[in-house]
Design a protein around this ligand. Sequence first.
Ligand code: ATP
Ligand code: MG
Length: 506
Amino acid sequence: MSKLSENMIKQLKDQILETKFETSSVDVGRVYSVGDGIAFVRGLDDVLANELVHFKDDIYGLALNLEDAQVGIVLLGEDHDIREGDEVYRTKKIIEVGVGDALLGRVVDGLGRPIDDKGPIKTIEARPIERIAPGVMTRQSVEEPLYTGIKVVDAMIPIGKGQRELIIGDRQTGKTSIAVNAILNQKGQNVKCIYVAIGQKASTVAQVVDSLEKHGAMEYTTVVASSASEMAPLQYIAPYTGCAIGEYWMDNGDDVLIVYDDLSKHAVAYRTISLLLRRPSGREAYPGDVFYLHSRLLERAAKLNDNYGGGSMTALPIIETQAGDISAYIPTNVISITDGQLYLNTDQFSSGQRPAVDSGMSVSRVGSAAQTSAMKNVSASLKLQLATYYDMLSFAQFSSDIDESTKKVLDRGERITELLKQSALSNVPHELMIFTIFLNRYDFLDELDVKDVIPFEKYLHNLVVNSHSELLARVKADYKLDDQMIEEMKVVISDAIKSFKVSKNA
Ligand code: ATP
Ligand code: MG
């Protein structure tokens, strides 16, 4: 090798080294192609996955695809003003959202910006929307109840603080109503709530906000809304934004309830992005990491131990099924990530059995540890009774003469299902709910006509609140029923049945 070429090689080497270490050149890239809300950018060699990048003015993007020669970026805004050749800058940060109590009572978009005409939100702290979930050593087991105020849920499928309970069912089966009910029931309970609406009609979201406002629930609630008309990237980040807002409160020792309504639409938004980024598609055209999409979100719900402030975040994700098919891809994914599910049955809903929570298909894997002792006592046999009832019901349809014991089961079942009916957006306080379920446990239901069950429940609640407040206070004190209390409750109820019947005939 000649002297000259050796020199040339050395020079070239030096040049290459210089280029490599010149930081500014890798922090600025250029748009190679743009369209459909996606930009492919070259030159951003050091950009990190999920990093926020800046185009110009207030147009930002999210670096999702890191390829050899280019980076695939989803735009968090319109792409009209972006041209090929435009410069793109690294921010070296992942997206952050303002957090804190200033968000209570507010409606914000997927990036945490206010959309409710109530002026700017003065948050004093910001947090990245993606964060590693709390580790095992920071957690403690779920043991404190989170009351939803829904009879069928609190009695049979109880939820504990820090639990992740999926609400799953076909369209228009009352999924949102259950979640909103749970939020309404947190009034005065020191639980901060977040309702994340993903890919829904703006009018539906407005309705939810309206009911929250009417019931005075917005005081302790934040709504994060990314409606169907918004671009897929904003729908994609909305749940993480909501989660970061909740995590801040959880880390400060507060209890938080967060609703993701719904994650099916979230998965669809993510699929849209992935297909536009030309990622390889898998089952049902979802990308391979769609499981991680939801697992990393739901894993952030937790009950922290006392060394970490003792806060909690309870998550109620919602999934919409098609024709009750819970074995489809996204439903099975989310079922396996959560600690149980409330399955809403379409037939039950249309036959008027509302809320249509199917007691046979619904489970709460950790919540029973959190159920109050009093509720455990009165609801002990409820699930089995209902299962037997539904079994026998399908047989009884085919036979004309039914034996006495079957008839008893059917009669009781009919009254239990009636007792568990509850209108949307109405909550039953836990201590009164114990009286309600008591009616079944100690066999008072048989004394009532089916059509009288609900009116009697109301009558009993009024009576207990107005004339037996001392007994009610004792039930509420630690939610434990001793023998003496049970006897007292029996006396109150049998008297109530008598006076109810008299007042009815009068
Ligand atoms: P979508 O699939 O459109 O999101 P959804 O499953 O969230 O629907 P909701 O919007 O909660 O269902 O409820 C559908 C309708 O049923 C609403 O009009 C609501 O008022 C009514 N509804 C829900 N729960 C009850 C109930 N317990 N009693 C009476 N009506 C109810
Ligand atoms: Mg809904």
